[in-house]
Design a protein around this ligand. Structure first.
Ligand code: SF4
Length: 887
């Protein structure tokens, strides 16, 4: 029985896990000793064991699509980079890396690019999620430092959650917050500031559903209010900050009074005043924010509008207070530490002559990039127009995650050399790769990551390297050696790289200082316990009011906003807001392997407000298209008043391998924040159009299916195969031919069909087992329940029983509804039954169904179901009362 301590590969919470190998196989559990989670895991973390299969893995290097050995592949990469730099200059080379990389991978990529190729054209997909926070923190504090820890969230009296669906995106921090509130009997108070009514709102104490992109006005107005009502910390401002008057003047321009704030945000004046008073009287306030703030055309300014309010009241550097940018990816923070963004040098340095000289000396590099490189959107633009002619993509799929994906596709198609280091052979980027390099995945790779609260943890291997997969740092170092830099890239194990990385930290005046780790032995590195920096202050920055600026003072940043989403919309236009679903992660390369995680949302659902649905003649289950300036995406409509009028929400995860609907970012123009270069992925103006589907349907199959052109399909995993949600705009007519074309003929194959007023169903039995089920109808809402049919897939069925199965599907199959609790496998149908039977709170629901009793991520949905049931009951009672009232 052996145990390996590691960290979760998903979100920036950075939960610790223990992998235990025993006679029963591999078991994973939360690490009770890890400070981030103390044993908790969310549904995604709990299901990690289901995602470790090798069926989707890229296992061998290829060159122009042909399998080759590593030597040939790396020779080709090195020759391509050398020739490109020699002919067109070092800036013709680009690296596009990922917050999924380990710090050691990131470090070697950054060193190779900035020190030895000699360009800073290395950027990371972290640019897409937190570059605005980096820019905002650097402007205010002098360094990219998150001043808050998870403990502060628990110790606060008021937690403002701004532009973050914390319950789904950082579930364990959300659970820690709710537990602290429960244990302390009423505190901390939790307020959500978000245009959407998310799952986080369901368990909050208050919700400010402000207009999209109006957060900066709200916080500018807060600064004005705090000043006008004497709630500033004048001593703190005088002793520890600069430029307050400039920030106040800018805030007054835009938000002179509460009425102006109410007009701009769409909130009531009483709501605004109540919020301002609440902030003013609560000294221990944490303002936690993420993509809703960052992914905006003025993301950095919005970050600074928040930070300004904390600086003006001294609400940071003390327990339970501070602005908290919570990161999306597991190692976005580690990437920032090594200088993985095009705008940084290693160890939180900038491109000043002194910093460049220091890095060059420590690296013994022939040169160091002279200026910041191209940020992500600019990098792909440079690829498209031929300025960048060799691009190495590592651990990310820009064809899904970047805005204006058509342009990214054109860029990759035109690029003379595309190298892709990948784990999944399904990544679309591989279609454009001249060289494909198989990377190690989570469980196989070994190194460190830094989570949202600056805690460095080990990610350790507990599985053998499959096929010919190798660590990314290894491939990078071998290329560095081939370029002639043997001494600079001598690495044989990650501990060497980590020590070197630690040696580069502690630049003059920087808080990021982990130099004691430069003395770790290999054995120490192996045993390294989770450690929060700065090491010198026990992990609490700014406690003395000292900031890493030239004069030790923080800076107020004047903030003015005129974000495009606030402009008037045409009648068919809406603002597209993109984000995550509860149980999926990024581009589905891992979570889509797990049937349990795939059951929560089976296809991308476009949330449309009832007013917009009525205007666009859209009903629940219809298909709709969102058209941006350069592309479009199709998805199934979910009519929901959780989104405000004039906006739609669509998850970011789906793309070609899991459907033909297109990536949502196809419809998002490449508009970026001018300060940080972060794309405005949450505020795209798009046209909303109804897609006139002639039929709807679904297929369940034991093997993957291929559909004819023109059929909408979105796939998800089942335990025994695949499920496809379908629709078509053309009348198919011959369903028999349609169905039979989906599976290869077999000698022992039998087809059964059933037709009634509601539609057609076809079952294919192969060797006595259910191979395929196809159900189609003119209407989406009358299709049979899927879950019961899915259970028959792959099971032996006598032909007569199959006929009954076909006939019974619509009427007898018990409606299960969507999966609500992934941990206990509880569907909406079971919840509805429990509510009908009298369950009236979370505890009663948990007792009757088991839902919500484990990781807690579904509790927001349970609260929503409880509330809507209570409303329905009240409505029925009111109707009854009206019926018996005397006329
Ligand atoms: Fe993993 Fe984040 Fe869930 Fe923790 S909260 S288990 S880090 S996905």
């Amino acid at each position: 029985m052996s145990e390996v301590r590691t960290t979760c590969p998903y979100c920036g919470v950075g939960c610790g896990l223990v992998a235990q190998r025993g006679p029963e196989g591999l078991a994973l559990r939360g690490d009770a000793a890890h400070p981030a989670n103390a044993g908790r895991l969310c549904g995604k973390g709990q299901a990690l064991g289901d995602t470790l299969g090798l069926q989707e893995r890229l296992l061998y290097p290829t060159l122009h699509g042909e399998r080759v050995g590593w030597e040939a592949a790396l020779d080709a990469v090195a020759a391509g980079l050398r020739d490109t730099a020699a002919r067109h200059g070092p800036d013709a080379v680009g690296f596009y890396v990922s917050g999924q990389l380990l710090t050691e991978d990131y470090y070697v990529a950054n060193k190779l690019m900035k020190g030895f190729i000699g360009s800073a054209n290395i950027d990371t997909n972290s640019r897409l999620c937190m570059a605005a926070a980096v820019a905002g923190q650097t402007r205010a504090f002098g360094e990219d430092v998150v001043p808050v820890s998870y403990r502060d969230v628990e110790q606060a009296e008021l937690v403002l959650i701004v532009g973050s669906n914390l319950a789904w995106c950082h579930p364990v921090v959300h659970q820690r917050l709710l537990q602290a509130r429960a244990e302390r009997g009423g505190g901390p108070e939790v307020w959500v500031i978000d245009p959407r009514r998310t799952a986080t709102v369901e368990e909050a104490d208050g919700h400010l559903a402000l207009r999209p992109d109006s957060d900066a006005v709200l916080f500018n107005g807060l600064l004005v209010y705090l000043h006008a009502h004497g709630h500033l910390d004048a001593r703190y401002i005088a002793a520890h900050t600069r430029d307050f008057e400039h920030a106040l003047a800018a805030a007054r321009e835009e938000a002179p009074d509460v009425a102006a704030v109410a007009a701009a945000t769409g909130l009531g004046t009483d709501q605004v005043i109540d919020f301002y008073r609440r902030f003013a009287r609560t000294r221990r306030t944490v303002t936690l924010y993420s993509q809703g703030i960052n992914q905006s055309a003025r993301g950095a300014d919005r970050v600074n509008a928040i930070i300004n309010c904390h600086l003006a009241t001294g609400r940071l550097g003390r327990a339970g207070a501070g602005p908290f940018s919570i990161t999306g990816q597991p190692n976005a923070m580690g990437g920032r530490e090594v200088g993985g963004l095009a705008t940084q040098l290693a160890g939180h340095r900038d491109f000043s002559p002194a910093a460049r000289a220091e890095v060059q000396r420590l690296w013994r590099a022939p040169r160091v990039a002279e200026r910041p490189g191209l940020k992500a959107v600019d990098l792909f633009e440079a690829v498209a127009d031929g300025r960048v002619r060799a691009l190495w993509i590592m651990g990310t799929n820009p064809l899904v995650s970047m805005p204006d994906t058509a342009r990214v596709r054109r860029a990759l198609r035109a690029c003379p050399l595309v190298v892709v280091s990948e784990v999944s052979r399904r990544s679309e980027a591989l279609r454009y790769a001249h060289v494909a390099l198989p990377a190690l995945a989570w469980g196989e790779k070994d190194g460190t990551v830094t989570n949202s609260e600056r805690c460095i943890s080990r990610q350790r291997a507990f599985l053998p390297a499959p096929g010919e997969a190798r660590p990314d740092w290894w491939a990078l170092a071998r290329v560095g050696q081939r370029l002639g830099y043997h001494d600079a890239f001598p690495y044989t194990r990650p501990a060497q790289i980590f020590r070197e990385h630690a040696r580069l930290s502690g630049a003059p005046g920087r808080l990021f200082d982990i130099r004691p780790f430069a003395r770790l032995s290999d054995a120490d590195y192996e045993q390294l316990a989770p450690t929060r920096w700065p090491l010198s202050t026990g992990g609490a920055p700014f406690a003395q009011g000292q900031f890493p600026t030239a004069d030790g003072r923080a800076r107020f940043v004047p903030v003015a906003t005129d974000a495009p989403a606030r402009l008037p919309l045409h009648s068919t236009e809406v603002v597209l807001n993109t984000g995550r679903t509860r149980d999926h992660w990024h581009t589905l390369t891992r979570t889509a392997l797990c049937a349990r995680l795939s059951a929560h949302q089976l296809e991308p659902r476009m949330s449309v407000h009832p007013d917009d649905a009525a205007r666009g003649r859209l009903a629940e289950g219809d298909l709709a298209r969102l058209c941006g300036p350069a592309g479009s995406v199709v998805a199934r409509v979910a009519v929901a008043d959780a989104v405000p009028p004039g906006t739609v929400f669509l998850p970011m995860h789906w793309s070609a391998p899991w459907g033909n609907v297109g990536a949502v970012n196809a419809a998002v123009a490449a508009v970026v924040d001018p300060v940080s270069g972060q794309p405005a992925l949450k505020h795209a103006r798009v046209r909303l159009e109804r897609v006139a589907a002639r039929w709807h349907g679904f297929a369940l199959a034991t093997e993957p299916l291929v559909f004819p052109d023109g059929v909408y399909w979105a796939a998800s995993r089942l335990r025994a195969g695949y499920r496809y949600e379908l629709a078509g705009t053309a009348a198919e007519g011959a369903w028999e031919a349609f169905a039979q074309a989906l599976v290869a003929p077999h000698t022992d194959q039998r087809w059964l069909s059933y037709r009634d007023a509601q539609g057609e169903r076809w079952v294919c039995l192969e060797r006595g087992r259910v191979r395929l089920v196809l159900c189609v109808d003119a209407r989406w809402d009358v299709l049979p329940a899927r879950a019961w049919l899915a259970q028959q897939l792959g099971a032996p069925v006598a032909p007569e029983a199959a006929l009954r199965l076909l006939g019974a599907a619509a009427g007898d199959a018990r409606w299960q509804g969507a999966l609500v609790c992934a941990c206990a496998g509880v569907h909406a149908g079971a919840i509805a039954q429990a509510l009908q039977a009298g369950a009236c709170d979370l505890a009663a629901l948990a007792a009757r169904t088991g839902a919500g009793g484990a990781c807690g991520t579904c509790r927001g949905e349970l609260v929503r179901l409880l509330r809507s049931h209570a409303r329905a009951e009240e409505g029925a009672a009111a109707l009854d009362a009206a019926a018996v009232a005397p006329v």
